[in-house]
Design a protein around this ligand. Structure first.
Ligand SMILES: *[C@@H]1O[C@H](CO)[C@@H](O)[C@H](O)[C@H]1NC(C)=O
Ligand SMILES: *[C@@H]1O[C@H](CO)[C@@H](O)[C@H](O)[C@H]1NC(C)=O
Ligand SMILES: *[C@@H]1O[C@H](CO)[C@@H](O)[C@H](O)[C@H]1NC(C)=O
Length: 450
């Protein structure tokens, strides 16, 4: 702790004076997009690994992240699938690797096994299992890949129907069966029932129902499960707190009394393309949660009061976090958590542009931080909504500037950045950090990933 403060004093001048303005934000974004895309490619199938292996990071020591997580790889492949420049061979490798993984013997003996070795075998050590968001994210990505290939005629249709579709069905059937059972959360720390996990499960099932619309496949089981999951998701709203609680039914693991967690926002970003207003980025309850979480991090991380006002709040996973990237001491802000704010703001703006916005007792606090505005409905044409959107755009970009400021000068992004001095911490070039930057910048371009 003492050395951290010493460092803080040493680097205080560096931290105080902002560098943004040195490079125009848009210029930085297009440069960073290239760097992030290339870094993701470097982390896929590095030497000595099976084809289709997506490393969470190339870091093999303190911490060792040289594994492929079903969750991380699905979320990264989802982003790649949305990019024109992605080589389809890469996606094919991802699918092949994951289909093998579905058949690999695991300790969990279920599709919720969280991580796999570089040769495709399953990790057999003690770990939090199952993690049932994995098969849901994989199904979402497989469906996206199937649609990409069917749409542009790249792949032979028989292969999609005879090989890829059965793999999708395995994941969807699994979700339909296990959704109500306790599972470890996306941070691998708490066994319970999680808002994030249920949200991605619901999207996977609904995307599956859409996909099978034109076939005569019976999807009644998926319809029933997605309906029940939706009902359960609604119970995560806490009227008392005026925000969404991340977890219920905790069996064991880390205690998080606040219930605030950036995973709630990550879920909203992933499901945004459902466009049904059900806990989407622009929905009242989501915005209430967004502001409550930001206000919990503001006083928690010393860096937030030391950095320039031109930057947005540094955001971590959840306020009670004590994981420092290798060990436990104090939690730090994360790049992917900070990027989630940019993405959510822009996705919310897209909703308001279509539907207008109602400022009310639930979301009032969110809007009041943006600007002085009375309760009431504002149509897309109204001057007030235009002003809200302008100010929200500015706020969204501030989070990108936070990332720009705290990343390495060459465009690298580790998992975390230090809560005292802002320097990068944790696994180097976390693949998900770079994917999160790309989705955030795509949301800024009004590009919605399905
Ligand atoms: C895609 O990747 C494959 C395998 O690495 C390679 O053979 C092929 O040339 C690449 N295609 C393009 C268009 O870059
Ligand atoms: C996985 O197992 C299923 C069921 O036994 C089988 O139909 C499928 O061909 C296998 N897939 C792979 C990639 O080995
Ligand atoms: C940036 O520099 C670091 C440290 O030298 C290196 O590990 C990393 O690969 C570099 N990143 C990029 C994107 O060049």
């Amino acid at each position: 702790m003492f050395t951290r403060y010493l460092l803080l004093l040493l680097f205080a001048p560096l931290i105080y004076y902002p560098v943004q303005g040195d490079i125009d934000l848009d210029q930085w974004i297009s440069k960073q997009h290239k760097t992030s895309f290339e870094t993701i490619l470097d982390n896929i199938n590095p030497p000595g690994t099976k084809r289709g292996f997506f490393a969470a990071s190339l870091s093999t020591h303190q911490p060792d992240y040289f594994y492929t997580w079903t969750r991380d790889s699905a979320l990264v492949a989802r982003v790649l699938t949305s990019l024109q420049e992605t080589n389809d061979t890469l996606l094919h490798d991802y699918v092949d690797f994951q289909m093998d993984v579905q058949n690999t013997s695991t300790r969990c003996n279920c599709l919720g096994e969280p991580k796999f070795n570089k040769d495709g075998s399953s990790f057999k050590g003690t770990w939090g299992r199952p993690q049932n968001d994995g098969p849901a994210e994989r199904a979402i990505t497989f469906l996206l890949i199937a649609n990409r290939w069917l749409d542009n005629g790249y792949k032979d249709t028989p292969w999609i129907h005879d090989t890829l579709v059965p793999a999708i069905i395995r994941d969807l059937n699994y979700i339909s069966k296990v959704w109500y059972q306790p599972s470890f959360d996306l941070w691998e720390e708490v066994l319970g029932t999680h808002f994030f996990t249920l949200m991605v499960m619901r999207k996977a099932l609904l995307d599956g129902i859409d996909f099978f619309k034109l076939s005569n496949r019976n999807v009644e089981e998926y319809k029933l499960a997605s309906h029940l999951i939706g009902k359960r998701i609604e119970t995560f709203w806490s009227e008392q707190h005026n925000y969404i609680m991340a977890t219920q039914n905790v069996q064991n693991g880390v205690q998080k009394p606040s219930g605030l967690d950036v995973s709630t926002l990550l879920a909203a970003n992933i499901i945004a393309s459902r466009n049904d207003g059900f806990f989407t980025p622009g929905s009242d309850k989501m915005l209430a949660t967004v502001v409550a979480l930001e206000e919990s991090f503001e006083p928690l991380y010393p860096i937030n009061s030391q950095q320039s006002d031109a930057l947005g709040t540094c955001i971590g996973r959840y306020p009670e976090d004590i994981y420092d990237g290798y060990d436990t001491s104090v939690g730090n802000p994360w790049f992917l958590a900070t990027a989630a704010y940019t993405e959510l703001y822009y996705l919310a703006i897209a909703e308001w542009e279509k539907l207008g916005v109602s400022v009310n007792s639930i979301n009032r606090r969110f809007f009041q931080r943006i600007m002085q505005v009375d309760d009431g409905y504002y149509s897309p044409e109204s001057a007030t909504l235009k002003e809200i959107i302008k100010k929200t755009t500015h706020a969204a970009d501030k989070f990108l500037k936070t990332i720009q400021f705290h990343q390495a000068r060459n465009g690298s992004m580790s998992e975390q950045y230090d809560r005292y001095i802002g320097f990068m911490a944790g696994a180097r070039d976390l693949t998900w950090s770079h994917a999160a930057f790309i989705t955030a910048s795509k949301a800024k371009d009004s590009h919605l990933i399905q």
